[in-house]
Design a protein around this ligand. Structure first.
Ligand SMILES: CC(C)(COP(=O)(O)OP(=O)(O)OC[C@H]1O[C@@H](n2cnc3c(N)ncnc32)[C@H](O)[C@@H]1OP(=O)(O)O)[C@@H](O)C(=O)NCCC(=O)NCCS
Length: 191
């Protein structure tokens, strides 16, 4: 396994350093759809957002690959970040794995050895507080424990490659994906 986590001394969680708010990570379900759509709208520009029907599809067919980081305020749960994925046979993220599901095409392939992490975001109000680090560390840990997969792949803008490389992701060059105007980098974490 070539995975490496950032130096633990540098990855205190947001709860330690900033807010004292207790956060926790749990699986997402269809009941979280509206919160995920709202978070996506807040975190991404229009051309880079995942459409509602695609979130709905992913939360329905593979909730075991979808996680959120939450806090509780006045007895109500708030979604602070999400990691939403499907499985693919390809070793990297493809247009096909990102496509909208149709009766003739199901983008999630349960037999795929690659987790395609399509949407990873933290609420803008809570960015820079190590919640992204906490969620991604936990996501990787749970995916490794779950077994049956060989890697996590994602696409990211060049400026974000460094963030993912801290977790052991390797940059594999420019992705062929044209979503959102293209010019994405392929990043892969081999287990
Ligand atoms: C990218 C994102 C998920 C990071 O989550 P976060 O909680 O803000 O990040 P963290 O607080 O855990 O950051 C940890 C480290 O990564 C660095 N980092 C965070 N965002 C970065 C960025 N955009 N570029 C470079 N470094 C970044 C931080 O500076 C920090 O470094 P430090 O330990 O030296 O201080 C979050 O900023 C986000 O949701 N952005 C908008 C949506 C997006 O672009 N998602 C990624 C799609 S591929």
């Amino acid at each position: 396994m070539r995975m490496g986590f950032p130096d633990p001394k540098r990855t205190r969680s947001a709860t330690d350093k900033f807010t004292k708010e207790r956060t926790y990570v749990r699986n997402l379900t269809l009941l979280d759809l509206e919160a995920c759509v709202a978070l996506e709208e807040a975190a991404f520009i229009t051309s880079e957002r995942c459409p509602r029907e695609t979130f709905s599809y992913r939360l329905k067919v593979c909730p075991e690959l979808c996680f959120g980081i939450f806090t509780i305020r006045r007895n109500k749960e708030y979604l602070l970040g999400h990691a939403i994925a499907t499985k693919t046979l390809s070793p990297s993220v493809t247009e096909s794995s990102m496509a909208v599901a149709t009766p003739r095409h199901s983008p999630h392939n349960p037999a795929g050895p690659t987790i395609a992490l399509h949407s990873f975001a933290i609420q803008p109000t809570h960015q820079g507080r190590y919640l992204g680090t906490t969620l991604l560390q936990e996501y990787i840990r749970r995916m490794i424990m779950g077994g049956c997969v060989q890697r996590i792949a994602l696409i990211a803008r060049d400026r974000l490659a460094g963030f993912y490389e801290r977790f052991g992701f390797r940059c594999r060059g420019v992705s062929s994906v044209k979503f959102g105007g293209g010019e994405w980098m392929d990043l892969v974490l081999d287990f």
